[in-house]
Design a binder for this molecule. Structure first.
Ligand code: GCO
Ligand code: MN
Ligand code: MN
Length: 390
């Protein structure tokens, strides 16, 4: 495709990256960093040049853990200047509640009440920082909120502690009159053996038990569902349908492995296609955030290749979605399904009459048993479209 086409990222596409994603230095449990750290101001400059809309951060991606107030203020003002110089913003911020050794047994669900209170202090300060930088979404990923052994923790009590923390922080945001929504990010495991509230479904059920459920939604991540062998698009669809998709973490992942955080679309292209289709067809206006990083084999050039490739793949898939929606043969198959009753809005609602009508309805059960649905043809056409021959 030509250089300046529909697949060239532009700020209006609302692509975002975290400082920790392109800034990932390639450390893993078996090996040291392979790339030097890239300064936040350089990240802002490089991402802006690639057509990125905004950059997200954990408190400590920008301000080191033990910085003094004066150091913090200097770092923040330098960063703000870089954002202004390059026309970038910070749509989302979050707290690092997993790196410090004192969070080894969790933050909001640590068995030590002092750790739970410190986690609140750290989060309130990080919320202040995020809001100062303009963030309107605040993510909670409870990386250490879990166990290796169920002998250690009361899982019911842990849910209560987590709820207390989110309720407390909602009250804090309201008291400060911040314009900020919370997005909870589920993950089944890693770094803990098992993490509480492991899936989109667990999180959705949990958030309706909060004091201010309207302030709280989800930040689902491709890799986290793939690790558990789930269909990510279904989870995202359920969150969307509930009005709870506040943010999304895009990446790629081979099922059943550690969190690989691979370049979006680089593994399961078909499921990436259906995810883009869901987001685009629904007109979802949120940020397309890439929570992923370059292969450990890469130098800094490879990092920018990774970033550009993530966005380009998304836009190519968006193009494919438009083709799918305009493909006469595919649409004819879908029209057949709609005629059978798959059209949106064809729902059943209880009334006495409707109950009576359904009770008395005569079905041609043999015809229903005999009919096929044509999905082999539909899927083959979809695959041919994805493979570039349609
Ligand atoms: C992970 C998580 C994190 C969070 C991030 C923002 O598996 O490491 O996905 O990258 O998304 O901490 O809260
Ligand atoms: Mn992740
Ligand atoms: Mn994530």
């Amino acid at each position: 495709m030509p250089a300046n086409d529909a697949c060239t990222p532009r700020p209006e596409h609302h692509f975002t990256f975290g400082l920790w994603t392109v800034g990932n230095v390639g450390r893993d449990p078996f090996g040291d960093p392979v790339r030097p750290a890239i300064s936040p101001t350089r990240i802002v400059e490089k991402l802006a040049a690639l057509g990125v809309y905004g950059v997200n951060l954990h408190d400590n991606d920008l301000v080191p853990r033990d910085a003094t107030t004066a150091e913090r203020d200097r770092i923040v003002s330098t960063f703000k200047r870089a954002l202004a110089d390059h026309g970038m913003c910070v749509p989302m911020a979050t707290t690092n509640l997993f790196g410090d050794p004192l969070f080894r047994d969790g933050a909001f669900t640590s068995n030590d009440a002092r750790v739970r209170r410190y986690a609140l202090q750290k989060t309130m300060r990080a919320i202040d920082l995020g809001v100062e930088l303009g963030a309107t979404t605040y993510v909670f990923w409870g990386g250490r909120e879990g166990v290796e052994t169920n002998a250690a923790k009361d899982a019911q009590e842990s849910v209560k502690w987590f709820r207390d923390a989110i309720n407390f922080l909602c009250e804090y945001v309201r008291a400060q009159r911040y314009d900020l929504r919370f997005a909870l990010e589920p993950k089944p495991n890693e770094p803990r053996g098992d993490i509480f509230l492991p899936t989109i479904g667990h999180m959705l059920a949990f958030l309706y038990t909060l004091d201010f459920p309207e302030m709280v939604g989800l930040n689902p991540e491709v890799a986290h569902d793939q690790m558990a062998g789930l269909d990510f698009t279904h989870g995202v669809a359920q969150a969307l349908e509930a009005g709870k998709l506040f943010h999304i973490d895009l990446n790629a992942q081979k099922p059943g492995r550690f969190d690989q955080d691979l370049r979006f679309g680089s593994e399961d292209l078909k499921s990436a296609f259906f995810l883009v289709k869901l987001l685009e067809d629904s007109g979802w206006a949120g940020m397309r955030h890439f929570d992923s990083h370059a292969y450990r084999t890469e130098d800094e050039d490879g990092v920018w290749e990774f970033a550009a490739g993530s966005m380009r793949t998304y836009l190519i898939l968006k193009e494919k979605v438009a083709r799918f929606n305009a493909d006469a043969e595919i649409q004819a198959l879908l029209a057949d399904l709609r005629a059978r009753g798959a059209a949106p809005g064809q729902r059943v609602r209880y009334s006495e009459n409707e109950a009576r009508a359904i009770r008395d309805e005569r079905f041609d059960l043999d015809a229903l048993r005999a009919q096929g649905y044509g999905y082999e043809r539909l899927d083959q056409l979809t695959m041919e479209l994805l493979m570039g021959v349609r």
